[in-house]
Design a protein. Structure first.
Length: 351
């Protein structure tokens, strides 16, 4: 019988348990993407709180392309020594840490008039209305270089790996969609072509960080929207990435989680379970993981290896230690004692 507290090897990463802090944008980096003391304090608490692996909030890879304020940056070599403080701290506290890297694209309302935003095709974003510039081949090459350079910096800064953000409607995730990607060249049209940008980004990262470094990806199992990626397409892409040597896959999805009721706990479990049957790379399940008992059951009835949470750690950074000490009740918000840090009561941030 498998336990959520098993030691687990995620390629080069020896983790003390199967719990992951999913990427969580804290809105606390400074204007240039550098860490603040408040931000460092959050990572200190979460890593002391017993989680095996932390995935940082998304970090922007090009100085001119920042989809949200207060984000971490990784767009220049200055960040290498800067992040040493963070990676040393997390390692001292007994956890491992992966940097999530992103190119935002048109899914943003942040400073859109001041900057050039790249997209697969020049179509208006369904929610923001932003129309990006369709990337030409040299811009695609530059995008791949941004991802690869960011990964090399992460490695030099002591991160245990990188996670490519391929989920939640940002540029890479848009490349699969037949609405956001209407290209007629090698990057558009067939599913094989629409998968190309992501597989090329992965390959460029891999080429630059080497075979021994952990490279993960976060993917929607489905966008659950018209013209978005569906489950079959996600599986196709993940099988390709698996063959190319991806080290772990975090399975998320496009449902509006804040609108779902509690009984939708571990909402993408079925999809992640099917994916885990079809690929070699370890699968991390994210999305409304809340109770220990449910995760334990999923662990023992599927091939899913790890469980990732965002809001429970905002509410209670020490959650894993509490569970480890035998109190297996769901996380309670440290602000109001009732919600799960889901902002129902304004309890979104750790105090
Ligand atoms: C405040 C907040 C910030 C988030 N920031 C990121 C992010 O930077 N990158 C990312 O991939 N997902 C981000 N997410 C999504 C989470 O990683 C996770 O997929 C989602 O919240 C579902 O997990 P949960 O139900 O445990 O919160 C964020 C979620 C929240 C609540």
């Amino acid at each position: 019988m498998k336990s959520l507290f098993d030691n687990i090897n995620l390629k080069n990463l020896n983790l003390k348990n199967r719990f992951v802090r999913s990427a969580t944008w804290e809105k606390l980096a400074d204007d240039n993407g550098f860490m603040t003391d408040k931000l460092l304090n959050i990572y200190d608490r979460v890593s002391k709180g017993g989680v095996g692996l932390i995935i940082t909030s998304y970090a922007y890879i090009s100085e001119t392309e920042k989809p949200n304020k207060g984000m971490l940056g990784i767009y220049s070599d200055t960040f290498i020594s800067h992040y040493k403080k963070l990676t040393d701290l997390v390692h001292k506290n007994g956890s491992k840490i992966i940097l999530q890297i992103v190119y935002g694209g048109s899914q943003t309302k942040y400073n859109t008039s001041d900057r050039l935003i790249w997209g697969m095709s020049s179509v208006p974003h369904k929610k923001t209305g932003v129309i990006p510039k369709e990337m030409n081949q040299s811009e695609i090459n530059l995008l791949k270089k941004y991802f690869a350079d960011a990964s090399v910096r992460a490695k030099k800064a002591g991160f245990d790996g990188v996670q490519i953000h391929g989920a939640h409607g940002y540029l890479l995730s848009q490349s699969l969609s037949t609405y956001y990607n209407q290209r007629k060249d090698l990057y558009g049209g067939s599913l094989e072509n629409r998968s190309r940008l992501i597989t090329e980004v992965y390959s460029e990262v891999r080429k630059n960080v080497g075979d021994d470094y952990h490279v993960s990806i976060k993917i929607n199992c489905s966008d659950f929207e018209e013209y978005g990626t569906d489950f079959e397409q996600s599986v196709y892409l993940l099988q390709k990435l698996d063959k190319l040597g991806i080290d772990s896959v975090e399975v998320s999805g496009g449902k509006k989680l804040s609108q779902l009721k509690e009984h939708m706990e571990s909402v993408y479990a079925w999809y992640a379970g099917e994916i885990a049957k079809k690929i070699k790379a370890p699968v991390i399940l994210v999305g409304l993981n809340r109770s220990y008992a449910t995760m334990d059951k999923i662990l023992n009835t599927t091939d899913i290896d790890l469980f990732s949470m965002a809001r429970p750690f905002l509410a209670e950074p020490e959650l894993i230690n509490r569970w480890g000490n035998g109190d297996l009740s769901n996380s309670k918000c440290i602000s109001c004692g009732k919600c799960y840090g889901e902002n129902e009561n304004g309890c979104i941030m750790v105090k």
